[in-house]
Ligand binder design. Structure first.
Ligand code: GCU
Length: 392
């Protein structure tokens, strides 16, 4: 006979978990393909199911980029400063330029390599900056915890960044600027044409094109990192471009690591995001406003596209708009794909307490006490995770 106290505990547990479990049934299974067949081998995932999911995200969420690496892509190291950061780093400024039908454009890459890196190429954190450019001051007169470049270099990583506005403006300008204006076809945009998140992710890939040519960089170990809208972008960049060894989503929330079908009462929905930021997505995404169950994917399948590489999903305890619980669930629900590919995904299904990072599996996770932000604590967790998996 169970004692009354344990019965109370069991009932409380069920009350807290049953609604969520029931909700979870709504999520599509990444390991059932469009024909309804189970995906049971790594080969079936890699050669068939992964491409299906990627296409569904292009078609319905982020849109299709009309161009990959442009033939006319050029790199110019415009400045090299060997004694940056009090002699601890070499700074390079690189102009990455490209041209399309609509004219010329480019990315100003700012990047620091730890002194001595020339002896042995180093792994790199590539940060997509979606806040003001004072956060990525190349002179280092201004130092922002949003991008603690000195700390990252001190741990032996190269650190690279670009401002997302170089690629496409974070404004609803009808796609008349940035890479949309350069590369959209004369026939005009379609309902699956790339939105601004896809443009920023494309920019991260052009930076990767450069990093592959720089002998200071170990291009097999490049992490792409972003916060919030930048986190959504980092996930999409990691999905579209398998050269990224690690994708880091910091508080990315809705249309990032936050699930569409299941969300907390204070969480952002597709309706909210399409009202404020419709240009981040392709036009087809409109179809899923108040209609999430019709979306042929959900965000755990975006997370699964990173498998078997490294993925990190981080949340902040007060950031209910980004929905920490469902960001965690996203990681849990992506795990079966990692496991099918022979690596550990999340190592638990129980949401951890704040400041208790999970770094064992190929999906890292932590929840930080506090508000929506990217802090030095978050960065330290990302570097701990990379150290561990890259055996540094
Ligand atoms: C808004 C938006 C979020 C986004 C955030 C940010 O809050 O609704 O989806 O993540 O801005 O980028 O800071």
């Amino acid at each position: 006979m169970p004692r009354p106290v344990s019965l109370v505990l069991v009932l409380a547990f069920l009350a807290a978990n049953l609604p969520l479990r029931a909700d979870e049934q709504k999520l599509p299974d990444p390991l059932i393909d469009l024909k309804g067949n189970p995906v049971t081998t790594a080969d079936a995932w890699t050669n068939h199911r992964r491409a299906e999911i990627l296409e569904l995200f292009r078609e319905n969420v982020y849109g299709r980029a009309p161009v990959g690496r442009p033939e006319n892509l050029r790199f110019a190291v415009t400045n090299t400063m060997p004694d940056a950061m009090d002699g601890k780093a070499t700074r390079k400024l690189v102009r990455i330029s490209y041209a399309g039908r609509g004219g010329e454009g480019g990315i100003n890459l700012i990047f620091f390599v730890p002194a001595g890196a020339t002896k042995k190429p180093v792994p790199c954190f590539l940060f997509i900056c979606n806040r003001g450019q004072e956060n990525i001051d190349p002179t280092r007169a201004e130092k922002s915890p949003f991008w603690p470049a000195e700390q990252i270099v001190a741990r032996g990583y190269a650190v690279a960044t670009f401002w997302n506005g170089d690629v496409a403006p974070d404004k609803n300008t009808g796609f008349t600027n940035g890479v949309h204006a350069l590369f959209d076809p004369p026939s005009g945009r379609r309902d699956d044409s790339w939105g601004t998140i896809a443009a920023w992710a494309w920019g991260a890939s052009r930076v990767m094109d450069y990093l592959e040519t720089d002998s200071d960089i170990d291009a097999k170990h490049v992490a792409v990192v972003g916060h919030s809208r930048g986190g959504k972008t980092a996930l999409w960049a990691g999905a579209e471009d398998e050269r990224f060894a690690l994708a880091v989503s910091n508080d990315s929330g809705n249309s990032g690591a936050g699930l569409a079908r299941i969300h907390g009462p204070k969480a952002e929905t597709i309706r909210d995001i399409m009202k404020a930021f419709p240009y981040w997505f392709c036009a087809n995404y409109r179809k899923y406003i108040d209609n999430e169950n019709a979306l042929p994917v959900d965000q755990h399948e975006l997370a699964a596209l990173i498998a078997p590489r490294l993925l990190y999903i981080a949340s902040a305890s007060e950031d209910l708009w980004a929905d920490p619980q469902r960001e965690f669930l996203c990681a849990v629900k992506a795990s079966p794909v990692f496991e099918l590919l022979g690596v550990k995904g999340m190592t638990t299904t129980a949401m951890p307490q704040p400041e208790h990072p999970l770094h064992d599996g190929n999906i890292g996770h932590h929840i930080r006490t506090g508000k929506h932000n990217l802090t030095e604590y978050d960065w330290n967790c990302y570097m701990d995770f990379a150290d561990r998996h890259w055996k540094r």
